[in-house]
Design a protein around this ligand. Structure first.
Ligand code: CMX
Length: 433
């Protein structure tokens, strides 16, 4: 298998690089931890390592050193499409090189051969009350698949440490291959007629998701390709990536680890913000019976802030410029739905909200994040079940976290175990300082 061979070839050099770095420079100080960080969600504490992506405050995400606009150019495209194959993205995340079309298709082919979802997974979903949140169904489905883990089976049989990463790669491919079909099943079961739609042999991983939920247009397939590309990874400190890494660090297999990541993504401060942003925009539209004037919109923003709420889709813990994931989706909207009134509201929001947030004097980043537009694009194509949006995010995010899981195993990243202090200890440290 192409991914296994390529990683195996890179491993000796990587292992030596990390071994040397830690052995010869293990005492070099990377950063300090302040009282505010200890009590403030570890914001900005430099304690994780990943080479798969990096978020620069000004520039946004780079996947393996490449920006989003660069990758939209460079990654191989699905047949008849201008948008990247997810298989090519996964290759890039795992191998660190932009693949050829053939290499991207080799990953797509790997996924196809592993894509069949066992019936018991669908039965688990069907056994849940129909009002269950789609994220809960998605989480349960991934957990149900744990019984398939090659890593767990081989661990029981006594595999050597050298085999950890390859069995984790097996699990990662087996799991990610099934995610579009699982997500589509949840969508059809909860919001459609409950019929299972088989994937098409001629379609790619992302395009097949669009097909399996009955949205067979080129435009929606392309939006899905873009969406699955943009949401895949955002370095290691975000909650879904970190939760996956933490659980994986116990040598729990990828299914357990990804289940934790999905549960983290289900929180409103993380993956759920996309639906809140759309709801807020629909509220504006309803209030004014369509597009407001800029003055009316500005007042609406102040009313939201004065009532103690945040403006969803704006602000970020790390970024200090418009999120390039927002910009890529914004461009998609400009090209494919310029006359959509809700999208025009998104455009107006970009002109009004940063100014308003700037005037509060406290918001560190007044610019839009990835969630400020993603729901609007889905809404345009008739995906109006807000509860489902985070599942889309989850399908994509699993590409990043599983790629990280493979490399964490390959480089022998150990059990994560930071240290906690008591409030009294912090007070004593402060007094002594
Ligand atoms: N609307 C109103 N107030 C905001 C704001 C926004 N969009 N963004 C930040 N602020 C406020 C904060 O609530 C904070 O106020 P207090 O001091 O009164 O508590 C102040 O500005 C400073 O916050 P910050 O340092 O700029 O931002 P944080 O790192 O604390 O928080 C985030 C980041 C994303 C939680 C915040 O900007 C926010 O709540 N945004 C709206 C929700 C959202 O879009 N979330 C999705 C983020 C993308 C993701 O990670 O998935």
């Amino acid at each position: 298998m192409i991914l296994k061979e390529k990683i195996a070839a890179q491993l000796p050099e990587w292992r030596e690089r990390v071994r040397k770095l830690v052995k010869e420079n293990g005492d070099v100080v990377v950063g300090e931890v302040t009282v505010a960080q200890a009590y403030g969600g570890m914001r900005g504490a430099k304690v994780l390592v990943t080479d798969i992506s990096y978020v620069d405050p000004e520039e946004g995400i780079r996947f393996r050193g490449y920006t989003i606009p660069e990758l939209l150019e460079l990654l191989p495209k699905a047949e008849g499409s201008n948008f990247p194959l997810s298989g090519g993205l996964y290759y890039l995340l795992l191998i660190g090189e932009v693949p050829t079309f053939e290499e991207a298709m080799a990953v797509e082919q790997e996924w196809k051969t592993r894509s069949e979802v066992p019936q018991y997974v669908f039965d688990v979903i069907k056994a849940m009350p129909v009002e269950t949140h789609p994220m809960s169904m998605f989480s349960q489905a991934i957990l149900a698949l744990q019984t398939e883990s090659v890593f767990a089976k081989r661990y029981q049989e006594g595999m050597t440490r050298a085999e950890y990463w390859a069995t984790t790669l097996e699990d990662s491919l087996n799991l990610t291959a099934k995610l579009p079909a699982i997500a589509a099943f949840i969508y059809n079961h909860k919001f459609g007629n409950g019929v299972f739609v088989a994937p098409r042999a001629d379609l790619d991983w992302a395009g097949n998701f669009a097909h399996m939920i009955g949205k067979d247009t080129q435009a929606y397939q392309d939006l899905t390709r873009l969406y699955f590309f943009l949401h895949s990874d955002h370095e290691s400190g975000n909650a879904s990536a970190h939760a996956t890494h933490l659980v994986g660090s116990t040598l729990a297999d990828v299914y357990y680890a990804c289940n934790a990541g999905i549960n983290a993504l289900a929180g409103p401060l993380h993956g759920l913000a996309n639906q809140m942003s759309l709801q807020w925009l629909l509220g504006v539209q309803e209030e004014f019976g369509g597009l407001p004037t800029k003055e009316q919109f500005e007042q609406y923003c102040w009313d939201t802030l004065n009532s103690g709420q945040v403006i969803p889709g704006y602000g970020h813990a790390v970024l200090r410029q418009p999120d390039p994931r927002y910009t890529a989706q914004f461009k998609f909207g400009q090209e494919f739905m310029p006359d959509d009134e809700l999208f025009q509201l998104v455009e107006m929001a970009f002109e009004v909200i940063p100014k308003v947030l700037g005037e509060t004097g406290k918001v560190k980043n007044p610019w839009p994040n990835v969630d400020a537009v993603s729901g609007t694009l889905q809404y345009h194509y008739g995906m109006r079940e807000f509860d489902f949006y985070t599942v889309l995010f989850g399908v994509s995010r699993m590409l990043g976290v599983t790629a990280n899981a493979v490399w964490a195993r390959a480089l022998g990243q150990p059990l994560e175990r930071p240290k906690s202090l008591t409030t009294k200890m912090l007070e004593d440290i402060v007094a002594a300082a």
